[in-house]
Design a protein around this ligand. Structure first.
Ligand code: BV8
Length: 250
């Protein structure tokens, strides 16, 4: 197991010759865009709350206005932020690898804004809103109907199109993520604490399927195994460095 903030030459060789690369990302990839991660203490008016207490169906049931306003705040934060060098390095990696799949736990839309194309949204996307009863995406609604606004079709509350704790992941997205994880030469887990299931099991599934695994994270994560690469440091520095050294023509 290598644990370093420098890029092992062996990893550069593996990435340069890889035919299929799958990347799992978490909130740490967006940290250098200024977006708070789930482990960061909530700030300002949200400092009294924990994300895992607000990102649940029960919280929405109990306090729909509070949950809707929390997501509206996060949506505005994401809209004011910009993709950082980590996002851009993953776009460059996608352009150089024959079969590349990006599986993200993030709902901030920054991978898509950076230009990543093969993106699997495991936990949904803040940019989309659905009817909380019909579960269909709603593009337009009358803000005068209240907070949360009412579905123009059935009058129920609208909600963010994200997966809350206790909700199942979108079946197709999860199937695609499993397929990409078990059919790749090289699997990266980047900027995630590796706590939330079922996403947290993907690195182990990749290793069991024979892929080389890289855990790139600022802090140590629960997934510590021999035979995998551990890169400790900021994704916004390590990923561009890895891409530059793997494909010097970039
Ligand atoms: C499910 C969208 C089947 C919403 C998210 C009891 C009852 C019900 C369920 C459970 C239960 N016990 C366990 C479960 C399963 C539960 C779970 O795993 N809970 C955890 C807390 C134990 N999972 C679920 O409920 C999932 N569904 O299992 O369905 C089911 C159904 C019913 C009953 C049982 C089972 C659904 C989980 C999805 C939840 N939605 N997000 C929203 O965004 O508001 S999860 C959310 O937190 C994120 O999407 C992400 O997935 C997760 C963790 O966040 P991370 O991305 O890892 O961020 P974090 O802050 O944790 O870490 C950031 C890391 O980055 C840190 O390590 C840091 O060191 C690093 N970092 C920071 N800066 C940088 C950096 N790294 C590099 N560079 C930097 N610059």
């Amino acid at each position: 197991m290598t644990s370093s903030t420098t890029i092992p030459h062996e990893l550069i060789q593996v990435l340069r010759t890889a035919q299929a690369v799958t990347v799992l990302t978490g909130a740490g990839v967006s940290a250098e865009s200024g977006l708070p991660t789930f482990r960061d203490a909530m700030t300002g008016l949200w400092s009294a709350y924990r994300p895992e207490d607000l990102a649940t169906p029960a919280a929405f049931q109990r306090q729909p206005r509070l949950v809707w306003e929390w997501y509206a705040w996060r949506r505005s934060l994401a809209a004011q932020s910009h993709p950082n060098p980590a996002h851009h390095a993953l776009v460059a990696m996608e352009q150089h690898v024959p079969a590349f799949m990006l599986v993200t736990q993030n709902v901030d839309n920054l991978h898509q804004r950076a230009g990543s194309r093969n993106v699997i949204e495991l936990h949904g996307n803040l940019e989309r809103v659905t009817c909380s009863v019909e579960h269909v995406v709603i593009e337009q609604w009358d803000a005068q109907t209240g907070v949360p606004p009412a579905c123009p079709r059935c009058g129920s509350f609208l909600r963010p199109d994200v997966v809350w704790f206790g909700e199942t992941l979108p079946a197709l997205a999860f199937e695609q993520a499993i397929a990409a994880t078990t059919h790749c030469d090289l699997f990266f887990s980047i900027g995630t604490s590796g706590v939330v299931e079922p996403a947290a099991s993907l690195p182990r599934l990749a290793a069991q399927a024979g892929a080389a695994v890289v855990i790139l994270n600022l802090d140590v994560t629960p997934y510590q195994r021999d035979g995998i690469f551990h890169l400790h440091g900021p994704a916004g520095t390590l990923l561009p460095d890895l891409v530059r050294r793997t494909w010097p023509d970039v």
